[in-house]
Design a protein around this ligand. Structure first.
Ligand code: FAD
Length: 310
């Protein structure tokens, strides 16, 4: 059994593992895919103190840093169920999909999230070649270019406002007949000169020249007509889904399925902590996930040293 058992091997889990191991306590980390979303990223230019890196390179460095310490890394292990300890200070149990089970006196949940995709032809082919999901990450790569934002909820409209200050032109595409973002955001968006809003539009395909995105097609749901928009970038903002389906009965989740945590990273269950994109943390970024993982590990250590001596 572990003193700290971490589930999830992205930036949050890696940071938690390093902070826990540096306290000299028995630490294990189980991950479906070590590296997490970072593996799917190309250019990373906002990991502070590293001007530029690439996802697979950063993922390898995260793993190497964890390996500098005595941490049990269990890669390619998917957790299926969490059974919280029945008594305070007892062991929590994590049941893996393969039937095996792991125990930890504290558990840190860092299973991250995934962007909801449009599911149209060209989206996969041009991911990181014009199709993007994170305006904070990739917005500056499209300076002076034309982009579309797919989705007129709060995140889509926020992204459009953010991007309008960087790129040449933004086309916002919403499936519904009206935007769903807060009125104040909609007013702000409507005041911007380089934004066009298209509602009742179903995105149908992404096209490119093999190397980069060149256009987007949508269908006008009222007229039934097809239209093309020439552009260089497409930001998909139709939802970020936390990987917490397996935790429904174990810890309190927000209405959006995010693990509810306090300022110390503790969940509704004593001794179970969480960090990164799977939680209610307001911004989902690598540097933020690293900070949150460190917080969760320090809180887990704090919890352990307060348990009565056995
Ligand atoms: P994740 O990175 O999602 O890691 C989750 C981990 O949990 C993975 O190891 C996963 O396999 C594992 N896991 C999930 N479910 C289970 C389970 N049931 N059992 C076991 N393991 C499980 N951020 C930036 O700061 N800068 C950028 O430039 C940037 N670009 C991005 C580009 C793209 C295309 C994407 C998708 C994201 C980008 N982000 C960027 C966001 C950033 O990647 C995330 O904020 C960050 O990776 C979150 O870290 P995390 O550890 O919370 O979760």
């Amino acid at each position: 059994p572990f003193e700290v058992l971490i589930v999830g091997g992205g930036p949050a889990g890696a940071a938690a593992a390093i902070y826990a191991a540096r306290k000299g306590i028995r630490t294990g980390i189980a991950a479906e895919r070590f590296g997490g979303q970072v593996l799917d990223t190309m250019a990373i230019e906002n990991f502070i103190s590293v001007s530029h890196t690439e996802g697979p390179k950063l993922a390898a460095q995260l793993e190497q840093h964890v390996k500098d310490y005595d941490v049990d890394i269990m890669n390619l292990q998917k957790a299926a169920k969490l059974i919280p300890a029945s008594v305070e200070g007892g062991y929590h149990e994590v049941v893996l999909e393969n039937g095996a089970s792991l125990k930890g006196r504290t558990v840190i949940l860092s299973t991250g999230a995934r962007w909801r995709q449009m599911g149209v032809p060209g989206e996969d082919e041009y991911r990181n070649k014009g199709v993007a999901y994170c305006p904070h990450c990739d917005g500056p790569l499209f300076k002076g270019k034309r982009v579309a934002v797919i989705g007129g909820g709060n995140s889509g409209v926020e992204a459009a406002i953010d991007l309008a200050g960087i790129v040449a032109h933004v086309t916002l595409i919403e499936f519904d007949s009206q935007l769903r973002a807060d009125a104040v955001l909609q007013r702000k968006l409507a005041s911007l000169p380089n934004v066009r809003i298209i509602t009742s539009a179903l995105t149908t395909k992404v096209e490119g020249d093999g190397a980069r995105v060149t256009s987007l097609s949508y269908k006008d749901r009222n007229q039934g007509t097809e239209h093309d928009v020439e552009l260089e970038g497409i930001f998909v903002q139709i939802g970020l889904v936390p990987n917490t389906e397996w935790l429904k009965d174990a810890v309190a989740l927000s209405p959006r399925g995010e693990i509810e945590i306090d300022a110390r990273g503790e969940t509704s269950q004593p001794g179970i902590f969480a960090a990164g994109d799977c939680t209610t943390v307001p911004y989902k970024q690598i540097v933020i996930a690293c900070g949150a993982g460190s917080t969760a590990a320090l809180s887990a250590f704090d919890y352990l040293i307060r348990l009565p001596a056995a």
